[in-house]
Design a binder for this molecule. Structure first.
Ligand code: SF4
Length: 370
């Protein structure tokens, strides 16, 4: 299939791998930021084809995985209220809250609906004027524009029975937090191509300069990943730390200006708690003052719900690249995709789910770094 096969060509992959092997003379730890990249790396065995000196660290770029337990509990509290239609993308339904998940609410009679777009939730609100319709708005700069547009349309069309439970997070502050952690081992980043397709690349050169790390904007197919790694290794080996765009078929330096304008209209930057990482200053979006009427947290008075993370689940260490998923004692035993203890085992982009799908028969490569 065009656009997929051509970026999985084995001969070109071998050529790129040969160049990576030829260029690598020292050990390097490279973080792929996005969960989609993690799945591509594990699924295609890319990390096993790299030189032994190169370690791929799986970063916090899976939107479901970094959504804190507290927000899940708020979603559950809203969804259980009579008269509410709670709309979400499907992968949030099995994310465990502190005592149950959205499937449990649904089986107890809650009206939980899986939608493919937040605009579908707005249509449901229009069709059910006597019900309160809530959309669970999670994710990075990639999913936020559609959610922003939905709130904009709700206000413009005077649809008052729609609200958004917002848990949007931003990549650049997370990169800064990773680099400032005393346990940080990351020496370079594959930046997330789809995030940059929306936001452009302007936020990354200052990070590359401040932390002296190469950053290469990278796509998701095997050749994209290999090209991102090749360029990253060339920078590391030559002592450079620059932003490069290895995904020009989707990413421009300016990004998507109309999407950015919509985001600036609807949201404002706020501190956000990331699952397993904790609070990162100015690392997310909340609805701006002009759109607070559409804030589900305020409408349903759930702002006071505060939840501590699970003591068993080590997804925070996984998300910071401190351990590999199969170094968690619960991996594949108490914790499986059918019975997930943490979000990184639920989401199709989660590192634990990727290791369960493709690596669960392997022994952990090394002892925990934690
Ligand atoms: S294997 Fe399960 S319990 Fe362990 S870190 Fe991953 S999600 Fe958490």
């Amino acid at each position: 299939m065009k656009y997929l096969d051509e970026f999985s060509n084995p001969e070109l992959a071998k050529r790129l791998l040969d160049q990576i092997h030829a260029a690598t003379t020292k050990p390097w730890a490279i973080m792929e930021v996005c969960g989609g990249q993690t799945h591509s790396i594990i699924r295609h065995g890319i990390d096993q084809l790299l030189p032994d000196q190169i370690e791929m660290i799986h970063g916090p770029g899976c939107p479901v995985c970094v959504t804190p337990l507290e927000i899940i509990d708020k979603a559950l509290a809203i969804a259980a209220q009579p008269g509410v239609i709670f709309c979400s993308f499907g992968d949030m339904l099995r994310v465990p809250g502190s005592t149950q998940d959205l499937f449990h609410i649904k089986s107890a009679g809650g009206d939980i609906r899986v939608v493919y777009s937040p605009l579908d939730a707005l249509t449901i609100a229009k069709d059910n004027p006597d019900r309160e319709v809530v959309f669970f708005g999670i994710g990075f700069e990639t999913t936020a524009p559609a959610n922003a547009m939905t709130v904009y349309q709700a206000k413009k069309q005077g649809i008052k029975n729609f609200s958004l439970l917002v848990s949007h997070v931003l990549v650049p502050p997370a990169i800064a937090a990773i680099m400032e952690s005393p346990t940080c081992r990351v020496q370079a980043f594959l930046a997330a191509g789809h995030v940059c397709s929306v936001m452009g690349t302007g936020e990354y050169p200052p990070l590359a300069e401040k932390y002296k790390v190469p950053m290469v904007v990278t796509g998701f197919e095997p050749l994209d990943i290999l090209e991102g790694i090749r360029r990253t290794v060339l920078q590391l080996e030559s002592g450079r730390h620059e932003l490069e765009n290895a995904y020009p078929r989707a990413v421009t330096s300016e990004g998507n200006s109309p999407a950015q304008a919509m985001l600036a209209e609807i949201f404002e930057v706020t501190d956000r708690t990331w699952r397993g990482i904790g609070m990162i200053p100015k690392s997310g979006w909340q609805l701006s003052r002009a759109y607070l009427d559409f804030d589900a947290e305020l409408r349903f008075s759930v702002s006071d719900i505060h939840t501590a993370e699970s003591s068993i689940c080590r997804s925070g260490e996984v998300l910071q690249g401190l351990i590999k998923p199969n170094e968690c004692a619960a991996f594949g035993k108490e914790c499986t995709p059918r019975n997930p203890l943490g979000a990184t085992m639920v989401s199709s982009e989660g590192a634990c789910a990727a290791y369960y799908l493709y690596r669960r028969l392997e022994q952990p490569a090394a002892a925990s770094h934690a």
